[in-house]
Design a protein around this ligand. Sequence first.
Ligand code: ZN
Length: 412
Amino acid sequence: MSGGAGERRSGPVERCRSCGGARLETVLDLGSTPLANALPADPSTAEPTYPLAVAICRECTLVQTTYWVSGELIFGGDYPYYSSYSTDYLRHARDHALELIERRALGPGSLVVEIASNDGYLLRNFAERGVPVLGIDPARGPAEKAREIGVPTLEEYFGADLARRLRAEGRRADVVLGNNVLAHVDDPNQLAAGVAILLEPGGVAVFEVPYLVDLVERCAFDTIYHEHNCYFSLRALQNLFGRHGLRVIDVRRLEVHGGSLRLSVGWGGEERPAVAELRSLEDRLGVANPDFYQEFARRVASVTRDLRDLLARSRERGERVAAYGAAAKGATLANAAGIGPDLVAYVVDRNPAKQGRFLPGVRIPIVPPERLREDPPDLLLVFAWNLLPEIRAQLGDFAGRWLVPIPEPRIL
Ligand code: ZN
């Protein structure tokens, strides 16, 4: 999901995406890397690389990438990400839908709109229970899949223009959902403005975003890639929505995606105590202060160095190493640490759309999980460390050792 109508071309970010301030201070630089989700089918083609660094805005505290890669480049080609591939995540989505239906008393007269609805994995839970839904997602393949399962989907970018059009058609939302979309947009104000136009006076918008504090505390720098433009603290989110007359009325920390916030935004009403509690935690940690990120950058450097050393020692001992999960995380980690097929023979992934391709940059071949039985490694590097319990359950008979890279490399 990206920036909306009138999207700008790729290039350096000169001004804060949220407040427009010019005081952006770089806090972590991962060099120049290929797009983490553009998996080449031919290992001999050289893919373009783009600077990958994050900066903090000294005005509104939003942490963000310093280079914008346009959605054309990211979504124009074939985009292999379909949400419906992690069973834990599907359960998480269903639980959230059921909770909203009950708490908001949603029924046939309601409307639930989801921004970046992907293949309809979340909205189908409402549709199946008779609650009208509308998905919005510019990615063609997933949008088609969504329509196939009964989730009407507009193949468009969400922003103020689309929200105005829907409202002119008499459509306003009781619930707006946006999971893992706020971090992806180039202009979060477009999204917040659109929500303000579309949301009923008594409605609620619920967003899930990877949480900046979890990213730093878990040293999850592998969740930094070009499609993730913003890394939100609660403080930065309050600044963003406040600009559009909306308020954060509730917040909850979640384990998904390595640590996320679920944020409820509305026009007013009572603010739950969790909001002030989290805000004061952030103040104690110093999320507005660049020092908080300098220590993080030092830890990132030591994780990449230690991981490469550990893999090089394995190779010297004649051990065979494979990896699990060809997600963007794996691409960021492998490129940042310089891990290629000489250190990791192959990476398995359950998603057939990724199989037969290669991790970008480092060119590790992506193969089906059956390969782990046919050609068993001594060590399995878990790129998708956030799904570790699920992966271990799936691969119950795996006889080798597990290597978890984050927050520091460790063998299980
Ligand atoms: Zn700012």
